[in-house]
Design a protein. Structure first.
Length: 377
């Protein structure tokens, strides 16, 4: 017991006694012969362990004032239990997110505990379970019990910035006549892979059997949402945060503008899903370094509406070129945006029908979008 920590466990609760504390001068023991030290230490430990009995089981109910918040905003968490019992019992809440698990000390255990929780970055937070800890009066031993295994998931949406509303497809760029629009309404536009939210009645079974994966039929009207946004999610968290922030700004810019949201790694939210579903997808997006970005860009060729491809500022020239080539085939002006610190390479010249926007931050992206009104020129 002269040093280190001894941990005793029993059916899910732990009892910890620190030998270094017991043998140190903090208790005023001074120097004692080994036999005398043992005669004092072991009865003391035994008494501490007896006093630090595990808290009794408790039923826990956890409520949050909102299950979705924007990064930087706070949510109130209310934890109610049927009573942790008497004695020196404290409570601690576990909160798990993309960066790991954090233990939040909540002070003395009470039947109702209320606290504020804030996340500065997009992602998710799993709130709970609750740990109850009892210590002996001298603080030599502790017993813990986990109660309320159920957790509450909190989604933290990316921050977003105000954008000038993008007009519906046909409001600028090439081939904007209503006659051309009416001529393509309902016509066959192509086939693509089945994505979450698609109507299974549009599955093209013959092609699906031939290719070995489910393919759906797209008509010109369904293939042309207000705007298609493709996010390159192959990067690290900091770069992906900036791209998600830019995408969120587009998603919330106009409540009447249908948005189709795609991630290069396969994530998908159709125009019918709505703003909240789009933001949920961006909140939970994680790095997909093996994503086939070129293939994701190729899928944009079949569409006829506007599209915005969001790339890291450090994107390779080949990636920028792949995005531009795909968007050049669409019927109206589209945008390739490089968001984040630039790599230093000279930007490629945009082909006809495509505009290029470079910005060091998502906030600068919004400013550039509003200043340039890229869809009008």
């Amino acid at each position: 017991m002269a040093g280190g920590t001894t941990r005793l466990t029993r059916r899910g609760w732990g009892l910890i006694a620190s030998g270094a504390v017991l043998a140190g001068g903090g208790l005023g023991l001074g120097y004692l012969a080994p036999g005398a030290l043992g005669a004092l230490v072991f009865p003391t430990v035994g008494l501490a362990m007896a006093l630090a009995r595990p808290p009794r089981p408790a039923r826990v109910r956890r409520r949050v004032t909102a299950t979705r918040v924007r990064a930087g905003e706070s949510v109130t968490v209310i934890v109610e239990s049927d009573g942790p019992g008497e004695g020196r019992v404290t409570a601690a809440e576990r909160v798990t997110g993309p960066a790991g698990t954090l233990v939040l000390p909540l002070g003395p255990a009470r039947a109702r505990i209320r606290y504020e929780l804030s996340a500065q970055r997009r992602g998710f937070l799993d709130v709970g379970p609750l740990d109850l800890v009892r210590t002996d009066p001298l603080g030599l031993a502790r017993a813990a019990r986990t109660v309320g295994d159920e957790t509450v998931r909190l989604l933290v949406h990316p921050r977003h910035h105000e954008l000038t509303v993008l007009p519906a497809a046909g409001g600028g760029g090439r081939d904007t006549s209503s006659a051309a629009t009416r001529a393509t309404e309902g016509s066959f536009a192509g086939l693509r892979e089945l994505a979450p939210g698609d109507d299974v009645r549009r599955i093209h079974w013959r092609t699906s059997a031939r290719r070995g994966r489910l393919m759906v039929r797209e008509n010109a009207d369904s293939a042309r949402p207000g705007v298609t946004v493709l996010v390159d999610d192959r990067h690290g968290r900091a770069e992906l945060d900036a791209l998600a922030e830019a995408a969120a700004s587009i998603v919330v810019s106009g409540p009447d503008l249908p948005v189709e949201l795609r991630l290069a790694g396969g994530g998908y939210s159709p125009p019918s899903a709505g703003v909240t579903a789009h933001l949920d997808l961006l909140a939970e997006a994680t790095s997909r370094p093996d994503a086939d970005f070129t293939a994701a860009c190729a899928r944009l060729r079949a569409g006829s509406g506007r599209a915005v491809v969001l790339l890291s500022g450090r994107a390779a020239p080949a990636d920028t070129a792949a995005a531009m080539d795909a968007l050049a085939t669409r019927r109206v002006l589209s945008l390739v945006a490089l968001v984040g610190p630039a790599s230093g390479a000279q930007p490629l010249a945009a082909p006809p029908g495509v505009r290029l926007l470079q910005a060091d931050t998502a906030e600068a992206f919004a400013a550039g979008w509003n200043r340039s009104r890229w869809w009008t020129r």
